[in-house]
Design a protein. Structure first.
Length: 363
């Protein structure tokens, strides 16, 4: 039963996806005699915590109740002190926690404080699931650089498009929905200027039946060389676009882009290119905790060569394109020896419609 209630806490926590960054996804389930008395999640940045909310339902006797949390409660000293007081006053008997908060600057060690009060805590239920759902937070809170996810769709013979550049659509509608769930989770989505010129993507989240959160659209373009009518330059209250450009971008081009509502972020070139690690450092300083890279091959090549990628998704469609002029997913210089190849860890796969989506980690 313990795993059952923790799974529910995880489900609730995911409802905050896209709305609470850079805070962690947090869900809480209150149980007594194996009956759920209340449940809550953290759904809006800066709102009341899931734990305090579920304990404030006005229920009379909570003595002997248990609380299930996917992550150790987080926040400043005042908030955590108040939560500990409420837990003590309401006579909660035991707390199950999926993972610890990895914030190296946390002011209170919640689990230790509860143990001092004689309240039982058990850590590690569904640890792997809880770790994965908050991998973005756990990375960013320690490193202050974005957690980087890359994804591409390709045919069975490893092509991103035909030799003419046609790529619509390689993957199925089911795989495309999977992509939009990824977009919902992250703070920013990043592509190169070639993708903007070739595909004119909107780069927003499109899901039915849920509240939508659009990631900030980030375009790598040294000189801002993208069409002024591009969809990514159509900015409104629900969408933002940042162009990462060289310091050599012309003043006229910069003004034209900014007049459309986009933001220009300028970096020095390194060997004629924009340094990907500098990009990630800059985004981290601006509060971007996660970046989802959708391509194209040149940007993916730069991302892998920089060593900044943490997680990889590949959607493989059961199609064969053929030809030696068709584009492959990862560009750049490549490697000379197979021993130098990037080897993914913790591999898993999922059948999504007719496609196979492979997930793996670099770190």
């Amino acid at each position: 039963m313990n795993e059952h209630f923790m799974k529910r806490a995880i489900e609730l926590a995911y409802l905050g996806s896209g709305f609470i960054n850079p805070d962690p996804l947090s869900g809480a389930v209150l149980v007594k005699d194996n009956i759920v008395l209340g449940e809550s999640c953290y759904r809006t940045f800066g709102a009341a915590s899931a734990e305090l909310e579920v304990l404030s339902y006005g229920l009379c006797d909570l003595s002997g109740a248990e609380l299930y949390l996917n992550i150790e409660p987080f926040g400043n000293k005042a908030k955590l002190t108040e939560l500990i007081r409420v837990i003590k006053d309401r006579k909660i008997e035991k707390i199950y926690i999926g993972i610890e908060d990895r914030n190296p600057r946390k002011e209170i060690h919640f689990i230790e404080e509860l143990k001092h009060l004689g309240i039982s805590c058990e850590l590690g239920i569904l640890k792997d699931e809880c770790e994965e759902m908050n991998e973005i937070y756990s990375h960013y809170i320690v490193n202050k650089t974005p957690y980087v996810i890359v994804k591409w769709a390709m045919t069975l013979d490893g092509k991103l498009a035909t030799k003419t550049g046609d790529s619509k659509w390689i993957s199925s509608e089911e795989s495309l929905r999977f992509v939009h769930h990824l977009r919902q989770r992250v703070s920013a989505i990043l592509v190169g200027e070639n993708t903007v010129r070739k595909d004119d993507p909107l780069l927003t989240t499109r899901l039915e039946g849920v509240q939508i959160s659009n990631p900030i659209r980030i375009i790598i373009s040294k000189y801002g060389d993208i069409p002024m009518e591009a969809k990514v330059l159509q900015v409104d209250e629900s969408t933002k676009t940042w162009i990462i450009a060289s310091e050599l971008i012309s003043k006229e081009r910069e003004e034209s882009i900014c007049n459309l509502g986009a933001r220009i972020l300028k970096l020095k070139e390194k060997n004629g290119h924009i340094d990907f690690n500098k990009v990630m450092d800059l985004l981290g300083r601006l509060g971007i905790d996660s970046v989802y890279i959708e391509g194209g091959s040149a940007v993916l090549g730069s991302a892998f060569e920089s060593g900044c990628v943490h997680k990889v998704y590949t959607a493989i469609a059961p199609k064969i394109v053929g030809g030696n002029k068709a584009v492959t997913p990862v560009g750049g210089n490549g490697i000379e020896r197979m021993n130098d190849a990037i080897v993914l860890k913790r591999l898993s796969y999922e059948i999504v419609g007719p496609d196979v989506i492979i997930k793996g980690y670099i770190y």
